[in-house]
Write a protein of this length. Structure first.
Length: 234
């Protein structure tokens, strides 16, 4: 089973309340906007022909609502599995605030975070290394459980950006690759097709983008065994 790659469709939730104002949402539990619901429906129609064997979603309501709207448009949808491992990066005391508000009240910490998000966290929040650790556990679980299958993962912009920028790099903090995290935006309702496969027989998973991936509005976008799983509810 370990010789077969898993194809992931990494879908960002539709626009949520606060996204349009540029607020740090993090772990805040906010619903989709009307536009976000339309984006989820559009993604559902576009992905209806994809042979998805499993669907996982962040437990935050904006992701769960997106996943359910997507699956409602499918004839034979698999069960929805919910996990906190797919949550957005936690922004701590910055959650609910705009960039301008944070820049006005906590400029020094904001500069430090932008300069080194891998090792600096927002006050009370997570570092990118914390986010990558829980995403790594999730990916290892999915690779062991769904080898050779296609899996839809409904998550958040920060999660997708972090995976694309850092996953599979032995020492991302040593190479300045955090710049890729800031440069690769992910639009609400957009998806990226991604592959995880074994790396020389180890229990780690290496990720890579698949050529020709598209987002939800039709534009190009740029380790452990099954006994150790993220908190998943069927």
């Amino acid at each position: 089973m370990g010789g077969h790659a898993v194809t992931l469709v990494l879908l960002r939730h539709g626009e949520a309340v606060g996204n349009g104002e540029g607020r740090y949402l993090g772990h805040l539990d906010v619903p989709l906007t009307d536009r976000g619901r339309r984006q989820a429906d559009e993604a559902g129609r576009a992905l209806a022909a994809v042979p998805v064997a499993a669907v996982y979603t962040s437990d935050l309501v904006r992701a769960r609502e997106t996943a359910r709207r997507v699956m409602a448009l499918w004839k034979d949808a698999p069960p929805l599995r919910v996990t906190a491992a797919l949550r957005e990066l936690a922004f701590g005391t910055w959650e609910g605030k705009t960039y301008a508000e944070v820049a006005a009240h906590d400029p020094a910490r904001l500069r430090r975070w932008y300069a080194d998000p891998l090792t600096v966290a927002p006050p009370g929040g997570e570092r990118l290394t914390d986010l990558l650790a829980r995403l790594g556990l999730f990916l290892a679980y999915v690779w062991h459980r769904h080898a050779g299958q296609t899996v839809l993962v409904v998550t958040h912009g920060g999660c997708i950006r972090a995976l694309r920028a850092f996953w599979g790099r032995a020492q991302p903090w040593a190479s300045g690759t955090w710049e890729a995290f800031w440069s690769a935006g992910v639009a609400p309702g957009a998806w990226t097709v991604w592959s995880i496969e074994s790396r020389e027989g180890s229990e780690h998973a290496a990720g890579k983008d698949v050529d020709g991936t598209r987002d939800g509005v039709g534009c190009r976008e740029e380790r452990t065994g099954d006994g150790l799983v993220p908190p998943v509810c069927t």
